[in-house]
Design a protein around this ligand. Sequence first.
Ligand code: MN
Ligand code: MN
Length: 326
Amino acid sequence: MSVDPRFHPVSGFDLPRFAGVPTFMRLPHVPFDHPDFADVEIGLIGAPWDGGTTNRPGPRHGPRQLRDLSTMIRTLHPVTGVNPYAKTNCADLGDVAPNPADVQDSLTRMVAFYEQVAAAGVAPMTAGGDHLVSLPILRALGKDQPLAMIHFDSHTDLYDSYFGGFRYTHGTPFRRAIEEGVLEPSKVVQIGLRGTQYDGEDMAFGESVGVRMIKIEEFFERGVDDVMAEARAIVGDHPTYVSYDIDFVDPAFAPGTGTPEIGGPNSFQAQQVCRHLYGLNLVGADLVEVSPPFDPAGTTAWLGASLMFELLCALADAVARRRDAD
Ligand code: MN
Ligand code: MN
């Protein structure tokens, strides 16, 4: 067990949780050039960018709002008993700096940032940002070996292109990641798919390469435990990334997102799926598509910050197990 006081969140017993400069989970801010960076094991990172958004924009404002609301989160998971900060050295690495006026330049900058994270052996827990931010993360983490992925979303994000051949939007990241060989499609499972479609081209592609796509009807018919047991079997002990689009959750609970789809899981089911991620070989996770301009009461961001903690606990468990096995 690693309990290093340099990487402890500020406690609500010492400073009220509404006070102080907000960082993710009230962790220390440790950028790359900080002397403590070498000892970070999990980096919480903001990706304030929505240059891939095709409909209602705003996730560029997500990280700041998620940081703010994450200050309300305590340290101990109420069900699994995990305290991620007692298992691993966690820190807020700050934000990746994209170029809001240039998609390709943003992708290049984000890849460089995450390559630095990966080279340092740090597991990234990212707050988006729209879903295209997952592509540069996967490029960096999957460079040497294509990753498995558990993907919660209303949408496949497997489309080929938009607007006459433009191939980089938040509807295309996993199509590109599969083509580029950073995702292993036979070890990708997508959960929660629903909503009206353009033409089904995305699902036809997914089927053709062996992606397991679980629609919301099947999710509700089988239930969380059964669906997640299958998801675990698909990724096995392969290095696995978890990508969580907040629009997986019903818009009654998560209205503040760009592409909501009705008929989704409630906020409890949104938590439950994360509690089936323990024991997997997790290498990173993201929580994307929180759009504060469409979230006037902050409910979506609060859900998002809470889900980030769920993911962080499972990731810390995996990072600590790998470290202790060495
Ligand atoms: Mn998505
Ligand atoms: Mn989506």
